[in-house]
Write a protein that binds this ligand. Structure first.
Ligand code: GAR
Length: 193
């Protein structure tokens, strides 16, 4: 009998990583586990990724951080919402908020984030532009466990990529690498769980 493996994805915007994860994993049986993307949750009511998830039949929910005065209160309600889905894994896919202890201490399961740079280089919200403008001939993508510091935590997988000549091509290459690497990272967790 296949065991269910529940995933919750957190997003803030476009949701192309979330869509890719849904296409690869939702309702699929992998390593004898029935993987279900239980919910896509966004802190941003206009996140385009919400509609992409709905089109694929995945439930969505908006928890607007602007409705909360204190970060900890938002994080605490977010943790309760996530826990309602009995998750085995939480995936941050372009979720542009730092999660405090009020979230992290309530979840005793792996929480992963994808970041578009070869960490620890270029943490923060402008990693692609910052990578492109540095003196290295490479950029990269990292998937790491989430800790309470921004874009930190133990790295699960990361890969470098040769820098393209213009930023548009570089950005496209980064996203292509992200889609590959996040799938590999989830497979790694599924295999080990
Ligand atoms: C992705 O490039 C992701 O790595 C980045 O936001 C983008 C979201 O795109 N995340 C961070 O920078 C986290 N610090 P998407 O919404 O199309 O998946």
């Amino acid at each position: 009998m296949t065991k269910p493996f529940n995933i919750v994805i957190l997003i803030s915007g476009t949701g192309s990583n979330a869509l890719n994860l849904i296409e690869h994993f939702h309702n699929k049986t992998i390593f004898d586990k029935k993987v279900i993307i239980k919910k896509v949750i966004s802190n941003n009511p206009s996140a385009k990724g919400l509609f992409k998830a709905q089109e694929k039949g995945v439930d969505t929910f908006v928890l607007n951080h602007k409705d909360f005065i204190k970060r900890e209160d938002f994080d605490s309600v977010l943790a309760s919402l996530v826990l309602k889905e009995s998750p085995n894994l939480v995936l941050l896919a372009g979720f542009m908020r730092v999660l405090s202890e009020a979230f992290l201490s309530k979840l005793d399961i792996p929480i992963l984030n994808i970041h578009p740079s070869y960490l620890p280089l270029h943490k923060g919200a402008h990693a692609i532009k910052d990578s492109f403008n540095d003196s290295n001939d490479f950029g990269g993508v990292s998937v790491h466990y989430v800790s309470k510091e921004l874009d930190s935590g133990t790295i699960l997988l990361q890969e470098k990529i040769k820098k393209a000549c213009d930023i548009e091509s570089f950005e496209k290459d980064i996203h292509t690498l992200e889609y590959k690497l996040y799938v590999e990272a989830v497979l790694k967790v599924l295999k080990g769980s």
